[in-house]
Design a protein around this ligand. Structure first.
Ligand code: UGA
Length: 415
């Protein structure tokens, strides 16, 4: 099929590259000229396993000109939905992109499907995206079809997740568009659920919210276990044997970050409040996560006075396998350390350049140099941190690195 993807971010790049690999003709549209050039030169603009090879081998063209997509049969909208001031979710990019796509539809003969993949609040496709598309004078469900099909891609594993989906959710405005989309996904062996648009939007937010809640819950249980002298990892192992609970996402630690879990929680909280419902569990999941990061600093303070101390930080990415620092727990922790008057030296195998943009004032060094600080905090569970020699050090561990236990003074956040 002839496919176009608007927005060459994580979701757009992976969607475009994977669909091209599956034999479709793909055009990627992005307003960022540098990104367009990189894709056309077969360079992956993001650090994502397998994406570079896909861009190299599959036929994919990038452009900043919407006219390039006039003959597409399916147009995916994958632009970002950023968070402003930690509160508002901006749908401006989605609205703008929809208007541009609308202009393309105006000139288009025949039916095509617009499919929203950006994560949006429930109701946004109907209330914001369809009206923006219809400014073209074309009617949804008649002149063009519209679907909302959320992505469940983990950063660092996004190509694998796209090619091996656990489920396919197709929210459809009109049945015809849902059926066309499913033709595109026919090679996948995954359960399919067809819903209306709002339900698909909610499935995405509810899934990420559930994962976030699972993490905050095990972190809280971990905090209690630490007081009671019980190993929360053994507790989690026992809990996970119950199929209803499952063993995944039960790693207690310093909390969740990334561009999705915190933002999706906020989106759902915002949606609830808008209709006059005050969510209780959801607010607490977020509050607990914020407190958990500061808990690591509190534990450190118990072991040494922070003013004037040299504190090493191991791990800046929000999780291993990525250079992404969005909502990384390291941000909150470094802020708190600086406020307390500590001198910070940090290391991460790939996220240093991104972190420097936020914190140019701190020092960066090799992991051995960072280890030579008065005390060390572990914030991301990179495998290489298990190869360091912690003997003689003070270590406060937010991610359960086995070898760190050899430190002179060792304390785990929940153990
Ligand atoms: C998440 C979801 O897992 C994907 O299914 C979803 O598609 C994606 O968001 C999205 O909405 O696009 P991602 O943000 O890449 O994926 O990260 P996760 O692997 O879910 O990890 C999120 C955070 O939770 C990380 O900071 C990680 O360290 C933390 N975490 C995870 C824990 O603290 N404990 C755990 O047991 C698991």
């Amino acid at each position: 099929m002839r496919i176009s993807v608007v927005g060459a971010g994580y979701v757009g790049l992976v969607t475009g590259a994977c669909l091209a690999k599956l034999g479709n003709e793909v055009t990627l549209i992005d307003i960022d000229e540098k990104r367009v050039e990189e894709v056309n030169n077969k360079i992956s603009p993001i650090c994502e396993e397998g994406l570079g090879e896909l861009l190299n081998s599959a036929h994919i063209e990038a452009s900043s000109n919407f006219q390039k997509i006039t003959d597409s049969e399916v147009i995916f909208i994958c632009v970002g939905t950023p968070c402003a001031d930690g509160e508002f979710i901006l749908l401006e990019q989605v609205e703008k992109a929809s208007k541009e796509v609308g202009q393309v539809l105006r000139a288009k003969r025949g039916y095509c499907v617009v499919c929203v993949k950006s994560t949006v609040v429930p109701g946004a496709t109907e209330e914001i995206i369809i009206p923006a598309l219809e400014e073209s004078g074309r009617k949804a469900g008649k002149d063009f079809g519209i679907c909302m099909s959320p992505e469940f891609l983990r950063e660092g594993r996004a190509v694998y997740d796209f090619m091996n989906p656990a489920r396919i959710i197709v929210g459809e405005y009109d049945g015809r568009s849902g059926s066309i989309l499913l033709k595109l996904y026919r090679s996948f062996n995954a359960p399919i659920l067809r819903t209306n648009l709002k339900t698909a939007e909610m499935i995405k937010l509810a899934s990420n919210t559930f994962l976030a809640a699972k993490i905050s819950l095990i972190n809280e249980i971990g905090n209690i276990c630490k007081h009671l002298g019980i190993d929360v990892y053994e507790v989690a192992e026992g809990m996970g044997l119950d199929e209803r609970i499952g063993s995944k996402f039960l790693n207690a630690g310093v909390g969740f970050g990334g561009s999705c879990l915190p933002k999706d929680l906020m989106m759902l909280i915002g949606s609830a409040k808008k209709v006059g419902y005050a969510p209780q569990i959801l607010e607490q999941v977020l509050n607990l996560n914020e407190a958990q990061a500061l808990r690591l600093v509190e534990l450190l303070r118990k072991n040494l006075p922070l003013k004037g101390a040299a504190i090493g930080v191991l791990g800046l990415a929000f999780k291993p396998g990525t250079d992404d620092i969005r909502e990384s727990r390291a941000i909150k922790i470094v802020e708190a350390l600086l406020q307390e008057g500590a001198a910070v030296k940090a290391y991460d195998p790939i996220a240093v350049e991104n972190f420097k943009k936020l914190f140019p004032q701190i020092e960066y060094g090799t992991k051995e140099e960072v280890l030579n600080s008065d005390a060390v905090l572990i914030i991301t569970e990179w495998d290489e941190f298990n190869e360091l020699n912690y003997k003689g050090k003070i270590v406060i561990d937010g991610r359960r690195i086995p070898r760190a236990r050899e430190a002179r003074i060792y304390e785990g956040i929940c153990w």
